[in-house]
Design a protein around this ligand. Sequence first.
Ligand SMILES: Cc1cc2nc3c(=O)[nH]c(=O)nc-3n(C[C@H](O)[C@H](O)[C@H](O)COP(=O)(O)O)c2cc1C
Length: 357
Amino acid sequence: MSQTAGNITIERKHSHVEICLHGDIAFSGKTTGFEHYEFEHNAVPELSFADISLSTTFLGRTIAAPLMISSMTGGYSEATYLNQRLAETAEQFRIPLGVGSMRQALENSSHRESFAIVRKYAPSIQIFANIGAPEIAKGLTDSDISIMLDLLEADGLIVHFNAAQELFQPEGNTDFRHVLDHLSTLTARIPVPVIAKEVGSGISGAAATQLFEAGVKAVDVAGAGGTSWQKVEEIRYTRQFGTESRFSTPALEELLNWGIPTAQCLKEIAALKISNKIFSTVELISSGGIKSGMDIAKSLALGANLGASAGHLLKALHEGVLELTIESWLNDLRAVMFLTGAATIEELRSKSLIVKQ
Ligand SMILES: Cc1cc2nc3c(=O)[nH]c(=O)nc-3n(C[C@H](O)[C@H](O)[C@H](O)COP(=O)(O)O)c2cc1C
C-alpha cells in the first residue's frame, strides 16, 4: 500500500471515533422501533430475583450475558488503548467482543499491535475478527485469513456489509460485485464461523436468506436507529472538500437516514428462521441503536440470541463509565426477567411482546 493510502486509512479510523463521540450522527425521524413494544406484566412470577441467570450460549460457547461489544476500531496507534479497554471489559463481564476492520493490518504489518493486544487482555472470551464485504469481493488470500485469525486467536470472522457507508465515504469502495460468491467460498474454507453484519442500515429477511445460503452462521442486523454511518461519512466528506453534499437537497435527508429499523430486521429474520428449518440454527444478533437492557430484552423476545452495541459503549468508555453502563444494562435485563417471570434467557426469549397502541 502506498504511504498516502495508508495515511488516509489512519485518518479515517481516527476520525470515525472522533465523529462518533462528538458529531451529530443520530438518525433523524427514524428510530430502532423498540419503543413500539412492551412486555406483559406477570403478577405471579414464581421465581426469586436472586435465581435469575443471564448466562446463555453463542456459537456453541457459554457466555455470561446476551451482550456483545460490537466491532469498532484498530489499526492505528491510539486504537491500542481503546481496544485494550474494550478487551479487559469484555473479559471482566465474560461477553464476546468484535474488533474493527482489519484491512489496515492486512495492508501494513506495522499496524497490527492494536489487534494483537486484544487477546492479551481478553484471554478467555470469544473474539471476532472483522473485514469489509468490499475486501472479500476483491478476494482474500489464505495468508490474509491466517493473519486476521492468528493476530486475535479469533473465534470467528465478521464480514461487514456497509453499502450505504461506502457510498457516502469520500474514498469509499462501491464495488460489491460477486460478493456472495466470494462469501460462499470464504465460509467453505475458513476454519471458524463467519458472521455477516451491517453497520447501521439493517439486514432484511431477503438479504439474510442470501447470507444464510452463503454459509454464514450468524447475522448481526445492525439496523437503523443508532449510529448513521452515512452521517459520519458525510461529515468527513464536507470537512475534506469543504463543499455541499454530492446529493440533492430533497434526497439527502432520506439518504442520510436510509435503513431498516432494528426491530423490523429482527421481525423479518425471526419469521424466516421459524418458516425455514434450514435456517433455524443460525444465530441472530440485534444491534443498531441499543441503549439499554430493555432494548436487549425486547430484542431477545423478538427472536435475537444477543444484543450488541457500538456507539453507546464507545461514549461510555470515553466518559469513564463503560463498566457501570454494562452493569446497568444487565440490571435492566434482570428486572425485565423478574417482572415477566423468566428465570433464564431461553425463557425470556419465549415471552411475547405487546404492540403499544
Ligand atoms: C467508532 C466506530 C467504528 C466502527 N468501525 C467498524 C468496523 O471497522 N467494522 C464494523 O463491522 N463495524 C464498525 N462499526 C459499526 C458498529 O459495529 C455498529 O454496527 C454500528 O455502529 C451500529 O451500532 P450502534 O448504533 O450501536 O453504534 C463501528 C462503530 C463505531 C462507533
